[in-house]
Design a protein around this ligand. Structure first.
Ligand code: URA
Length: 278
């Protein structure tokens, strides 16, 4: 069945390439597929119906990917506009001391979006999320379990500037701290807008702060992880729920190797979600 669908999809791709104007209404057309004339029995009819349903579903998939490809430039532009706002943001005291705002990086069409709590020393210096030791571990996890690299996913944080214990000294090491509730409430709309623009299949909060924020709960990460949740926010134009699969922060893995097994399990959940959606 899968092989047959793949072939149908290939044939359809070729056919659709020369019928571009029809691409705008594949679903309607799918309801009007004409039956073959050699139907002589109920079995023939059932087989024909199944074939037509396969075609309809393959058309829908093709249409979806066509639509996504065409949405990418608009999404990129919206992200660029939002980034400009973040770079000039002074909405909370973090903005006064940061070296660089850390907006987020990756594909505007990413199906997976990792969410950390906030930039650390390295991220503040380089202006990119997860570029320190935690980030290197995150890269390895992505590659080995998901088969994905940075350009395939999107990585962002809840707050966009480095929360420091001593904000007067951004050059000091061991100066990181979690963002405060006030800092989160000032900055949260940037991440929420990034999610509305990218519309990923799945959000992966890394660690307690991000998981609690996205799931609107006080429960800690060890209780939240290992399960799939819905992201309960209205996303205009989206007729599906974005999923949330929380896992440990890579910094926690660096401190405690025993958390690796659970993290691998969570990433396998992400992988199975990705596979079932293709
Ligand atoms: N930790 C985070 O939560 N985010 C980063 O970008 C880096 C480290």
């Amino acid at each position: 069945m899968k092989r047959e669908l793949k072939k149908l999809t290939r044939d359809l791709a070729a056919w659709l390439a020369v019928q571009d104007e029809n691409l705008l209404e594949p679903v309607e057309r799918a309801g009007q597929v004409s039956f073959a004339t050699n139907i002589e029995s109920v079995e023939d009819l059932a087989a024909e119906t199944e074939k037509n349903e396969s075609i309809a579903s393959a058309e829908k998939t093709l249409y979806q990917s066509y639509k996504e490809r065409n949405m990418e430039p608009a999404k990129k532009m919206r992200l660029e506009n939002l980034k400009e706002k973040v770079v000039s943001c002074r909405g909370c005291p973090l903005g006064a001391h940061r070296l660089n705002a850390v907006f987020g990086t990756g594909s505007a069409n990413a199906r997976i979006m990792f969410v950390g709590e906030g930039p650390g020393f390295q991220e503040d210096h380089q202006g990119e999320p997860f570029v320190g030791r935690s980030g290197q571990l995150l890269d390895r996890i992505m590659e080995t379990v998901l088969g994905l690299n940075r350009p395939d996913v999107y990585i962002a944080n809840i707050v966009k500037c480095h929360p420091m214990k001593n904000p007067e000294n951004p050059e000091a090491h061991s100066n990181d701290r979690p963002p405060s509730a006030d800092e989160i409430s000032v900055c949260r709309h940037y991440l929420e807008e990034q999610i509305r623009i990218i519309q990923p299949l799945c959000l992966v909060p890394l660690g307690s702060v991000a998981a609690k924020f996205l799931l609107k709960t006080d429960t800690g990460i060890s209780m939240l992880r290992g399960k799939i949740y819905d992201y309960e926010a209205d996303i205009p134009g989206l007729d599906r729920k974005i999923k949330i699969i929380p896992t440990y922060h890579p910094a926690a893995l660096l401190r405690n190797q025993n958390l690796k097994r659970d993290t691998w399990y969570d990433m396998k959940l992400v992988k199975s979600l990705l596979d079932s959606a293709t």
